[in-house]
Design a protein around this ligand. Structure first.
Ligand code: FAD
Ligand code: FES
Length: 303
């Protein structure tokens, strides 16, 4: 256990379960709920023309613990904060990775940064994927587009704890071959005996040389043999794909207790205080972002 004093020496900000500089530290999370911890970006690499991978190193003295599927509130001075998923598994310690799309002002500023630039982090927040519910199950891990960013944390977790799960299938769809995130991971997962990894893209430019499957993500589901009674599906991606994927899963016999979805909402506080992320009676930032489809009945996400 790292003492409060040691942590203060590291960060000069008191990363502990106490009242410090008037800021309440939440004992459930690795960092203060309200106060960003400051980190230097260790490395930045291109994933696609629109997404970059940011890596920060977590010093040994910092007790940062996260679950697959959780997110942080990432801040850039002058631009504010944005919720960003942690893209690596908690089993891969000592660093955090974020796959970030240039979507607007804050993410645009992030894309201009260089290794050594400073960012702030609050969190981790959200419930993450309920790994207990996934244990001893066949898994269908389904991602569209940027949805692979949070799902990768679960995929890596499954890889590192392989014995806890039965068959693991990864289904991933992107707009074009250029838009596929984590291309080297995808190549490794396709080679690996750990996973059955299938990829599809919406369209391919003439003479691109891509030899994989072309079509929409839900098309990957009908050919699969699925034992519905011991399979759970996890779905992350753009909202417009959800109804089609859910319909295909239901046709395979999966009921809504066996379909887990991760949702995105505009967020501000990340800790259930401001109401920005409400989905019916849920706060997406603390009750989610991961929900069982069963629990979303009566909301716009019912599918
Ligand atoms: C739980 C969660 C996890 C996320 N994880 C990631 C991630 O791993 N990688 C990543 O690139 N993005 C992720 N996002 C989306 C990311 O937070 C937004 O793209 C970011 O807030 C945009 O900030 P900006 O200032 O650059 O854009 P702005 O200038 O504020 O807006 C640009 C555009 O992005 C839209 N936008 C803003 N916030 C959101 C949001 N929360 N959801 C959807 N659209 C939004 C705006 O409506 C606008 O159209 C996540 C969002 C949530 C809620
Ligand atoms: S972001 Fe404030 S309540 Fe969820």
């Amino acid at each position: 256990m790292v003492s409060c004093f040691e942590k203060k020496q590291y960060s000069e900000r008191g990363n502990c379960d106490c009242f410090h500089f008037g800021v309440f530290m939440d004992s459930r999370i690795g960092h203060a709920a309200y106060e960003p911890a400051i980190y230097s970006i260790h490395s930045i690499s291109d994933l696609t023309p629109h997404e970059k991978l940011f890596r920060i190193e977590i010093p040994d003295a910092v007790d940062f613990r996260h679950e697959p599927g959780q997110f942080v509130q990432l801040s850039v001075w002058g631009w504010g904060e944005a919720p960003i998923s942690i893209s690596n598994s908690p089993t891969r310690k000592g660093y955090l990775e974020f796959a970030i799309r240039h979507a607007g002002s804050l993410t645009g500023a992030l894309h201009q940064m260089r290794p050594g630039s400073k960012i702030g982090l609050r969190g981790p927040f959200g419930n993450g994927f309920d790994v207990n519910r996934l244990r001893s199950q066949n898994l269908l891990l389904i991602a569209g587009g940027c949805g692979l960013a949070p799902l990768r944390s679960l995929i890596q977790y499954c890889e590192d704890c392989r014995d806890e799960f039965m068959d693991i299938r990864i289904l991933y769809g992107a707009k074009t071959p250029h838009d596929l995130l984590y291309k080297s991971d995808l190549a490794a997962w396709m080679e690996s005996e750990t996973f059955d990894c299938r990829i599809i893209v919406d369209f391919v430019a003439p003479n691109h040389g891509y030899s994989g499957k072309i079509g929409l993500l839900p098309e990957l589901i009908p050919p699969l043999e699925v034992e519905a009674e011991n399979t759970t599906a996890v779905l992350v991606g753009p909202p417009m794909m959800y109804p089609f994927v859910v319909e295909a899963l239901r046709k395979k016999g999966l009921d809504d207790e066996r379909i887990m979805v991760s949702l995105e909402r505009h967020m501000k506080c990340g800790i259930g205080k401001c109401g920005h992320c409400a989905i019916d009676h849920f706060s997406c930032c603390i009750d989610g972002p991961v929900f069982l489809l069963r629990d979303l009945q009566g909301t716009e996400w019912a599918g």
